[in-house]
Design a protein around this ligand. Sequence first.
Ligand SMILES: NC(=O)c1ccc[n+]([C@@H]2O[C@H](COP(=O)([O-])OP(=O)(O)OC[C@H]3O[C@@H](n4cnc5c(N)ncnc54)[C@H](OP(=O)(O)O)[C@@H]3O)[C@@H](O)[C@H]2O)c1
Length: 321
Amino acid sequence: MSEQLRWGVIGTGAIAAAWVEDMGTTDSGTVVAVGSRKLETAERFADRWGIPNRHASYEELVADAEVDAVYVATPHPLHSPCAQLALRAGKPALVEKPFTVNAAEAEELVALARSEGLFLMEAMWTRWLPHIVEIRRLLAEGALGKLASVTADHGQWFAPDRDFRRFARELHSGALADLGVYPVSFASMVLGTPERIVSLITPAPDGGDEMTSMVFGYTSGAQALLNCSISGKSPTRGAIVGSDARIEIDGDFYRPSSFSLISRDGVETRFEVPHEGWGLRHQADEVARCLHEGLLESPVMPLDESISIMQTMDAVRAQGN
Ligand SMILES: NC(=O)c1ccc[n+]([C@@H]2O[C@H](COP(=O)([O-])OP(=O)(O)OC[C@H]3O[C@@H](n4cnc5c(N)ncnc54)[C@H](OP(=O)(O)O)[C@@H]3O)[C@@H](O)[C@H]2O)c1
């Protein structure tokens, strides 16, 4: 492998563009190739971002000898097929969230990576944002005492558009998969896998979920209270409450943000965490670091946890009917 990780990106949509832009702010890797379903789209994207290799199919992209690692930025039902293409071509893969459409697919994908002895990671970018790194440090130090609860919400408003993946059932539409995965993953990071799951779903006209509320119970007695929606912009706050103190993340907990640590008697310590760019580069830095150290998965976003998150989301859907 060359010193800088040479990335190939599958897909030329919104997040692919944001990620490529953000890769301009790190020296851990560089984007050398893009694959699209059409050559003209690949060309247009590559011209915009100065990417040398452009491919008219995802198969061609993964076969590019100059590509060390593949970033999968397609709609949800294509995550597993595209990641499998990469792995079967002998390439490690970073796969957009949600990892797959359900737990069965996640298990199959992880089994393939393990049998091929190749690195695989869910692109849950929030985990490597500086404020979350700081929060993980405080949690590891036990700064909050015994953990009692997590609250988080992620609601956005999108103009209804049948052709847009968030409203197209065949592209795994709805709030839970696209937005709910953030609060579910946040609760998983803090409290682990829930023992009990209660959910309430407001269906969308296409059969997906317009809004989903979730209550999780843990063996420790802790609870998580989570919500996601595609019918309006919610505060997108995240909070963790413990016996000694709580953490309140400023709005948009899932993006670069700052937070307060507030003791139970009300003493507030601010953590202002400066940040430039989208924040998408940190997950690519993690892939480069793991590959450099010979790891097959990230300790920050382990594969078994990605499977567990998919199992939780399956249970939320089943429970909410
Ligand atoms: N990390 C984040 O903050 C974040 C934010 C937004 C989205 N995402 C995730 O990133 C993934 C892509 O989301 P996006 O918003 O970038 O979607 P998007 O703008 O619709 O782009 C998806 C890309 O996938 C390719 N594609 C392959 N089959 C397709 C199909 N049947 N219909 C539409 N596109 C198809 C297309 O590229 P070609 O035409 O070039 O093949 C398209 O440009 C999703 O998994 C989403 O959850 C993550």
